[in-house]
Design a protein around this ligand. Structure first.
Ligand SMILES: [Zn+2]
Length: 316
C-alpha cells in the first residue's frame, strides 16, 4: 500500500520526502555535534590526570606544560628526545624504561596530537625529587598562579617552596622560587610593559567613573612613563572641610621598573590620613618633585607656607 514514489512518476511521495529531509537534518546535526565535540576535547590546560594516545592539545607549549605537570604528579622525570615545531618526543630519564610520548602537529593549526604513548614505567619512579627537571619556573608559575589572584594575600617564595614540596615532593632553591613567583605574577597580571601601555585608557576610565578627578601623565621622548599625577574628585571635595596642612612624602617603588611614589595627605577630623594626591615619577629628584608640587598647587591653590625637613606644611 505504501510506496515511496507516486506511481509512474519520479516525484517522491510526500511522506517519504519529509522522512528524507528529517534524516538529512538529523545526520547534519550529528555531524555538527561530532565536529563540536572534537573541538571541545582540545586540551588547553596543564592539569591533566592522564596522557593518552589521541589526546589533542591546544599547542606545543600546552602539551609541554601538561607533561611537566604529569611528571611532577607521578614522581618521575623525562628527557626531551626531539623538540621541533612539528614534533615533540619525550622519554623517561631512565634509559631502560619504556615510558615515552610522541606528539606532533595536528591539521594546519597549532594543535598537537599525542600520536603514540607508552604510559607504563618499568623503572622505579619513587626517587628523591631534588632539582626536578620538569619543575621549571614556568610550570611552577602555572601551578601557583591562583595564589596571586588576590592582592590581599602575600604568597611568599617560601610558601611556594613549602607547597610544591608538600604537593609534589619536589624541593627547590630560593632563586627558583623567586623566578616562579615572577612567572606566576606575569601569568595572572600580564606583562608589566603591556600594562603601562594601558595607562592612558585606565586614566580615561578613572575620570569617567569619578567626574572631577584630575590626572596628568607625562612621557619622555621614547614614550615611556616619566611622571604621573592623580587626584580623586573626593579628595578635592573633602579638602574644603579639612585643616590646611599638607604632609608630603615619597618612597621607592619595589617593582621591576623602579621609580618613586609621591603622596600628599592631611588628617581628617578623626585624625585619619586623608590622601589628597599621589604621583609616580621615574626617579626622585628636584625636577620630579617640582612637577608634583606644581600640579598640587594647580589643584589645591597656593597658600603661605613653611618647609620642614621631609614634610612641607601649608597654612592659610
Ligand atoms: Zn620510567
Amino acid at each position: 500500500m505504501s510506496s515511496t514514489t507516486n506511481e509512474g512518476s519520479n516525484v517522491p511521495y510526500i511522506p517519504r520526502l519529509v522522512e528524507e529531509v528529517a534524516d538529512f537534518i538529523i545526520e547534519d546535526h550529528t555531524k555538527r555535534k561530532k565536529k563540536l565535540e572534537k573541538i571541545q576535547t582540545v586540551i588547553s590546560y596543564h592539569r591533566v590526570n592522564t596522557i593518552d594516545q589521541g589526546q589533542i592539545y591546544k599547542d606545543k607549549n600546552t602539551i609541554k606544560s601538561a607533561l611537566s605537570y604529569y611528571a611532577m604528579m607521578h614522581n618521575f622525570q623525562f628527557k626531551t628526545d626531539r623538540s621541533e615545531p612539528r614534533e615533540y618526543l619525550v622519554s623517561c630519564t631512565d634509559d631502560t624504561c619504556s615510558w615515552f610520548v610522541r606528539a606532533s602537529k595536528y591539521r594546519d593549526q597549532d594543535l598537537f596530537k599525542v600520536r603514540k604513548c607508552i604510559s607504563n614505567h618499568i623503572c622505579s619512579v619513587e626517587i628523591v625529587m631534588e632539582d626536578h627537571r620538569q619543575a621549571k619556573n614556568i610550570v611552577i608559575g602555572e601551578l601557583i598562579k591562583n595564589k596571586y589572584k588576590s592582592i590581599k594575600r602575600n604568597y611568599t617564595p617560601n610558601d611556594t617552596m613549602n607547597n610544591i614540596n608538600d604537593d609534589f615532593g619536589v624541593t627547590m632553591g630560593n632563586t627558583k622560587a623567586w623566578r616562579s613567583r615572577k612567572k606566576a605574577l606575569r601569568l595572572v597580571r600580564g606583562n608589566p610593559d603591556d600594562l603601562y601601555q594601558k595607562l592612558q585608557m585606565y586614566l580615561h576610565m578613572l575620570k569617567q567613573a569619578n567626574p572631577g578627578t584630575i590626572t596628568h601623565l607625562l612621557t619622555d621622548k621614547e614614550d615611556r612613563l616619566k611622571y604621573l599625577y592623580i587626584v580623586f574628585s573626593n579628595s578635592i571635595k573633602g579638602w574644603r572641610y579639612l585643616r590646611s596642612i599638607i604632609a608630603v612624602d615619597g618612597t621607592f617603588l619595589k617593582n621591576a621598573h623602579g621609580g618613586s611614589l609621591f603622596s600628599a595627605s592631611t588628617l581628617d577630623s578623626n585624625n585619619n590620613i586623608f590622601v589628597l594626591a599621589f604621583g609616580i615619577a621615574n626617579s626622585e629628584n628636584d625636577n620630579s618633585w617640582l612637577w608634583f608640587f606644581s600640579k598640587l598647587r594647580d589643584t589645591y591653590g597656593e597658600h603661605k607656607g613653611m618647609i620642614a625637613s621631609n614634610y612641607i606644611f601649608f597654612f592659610t
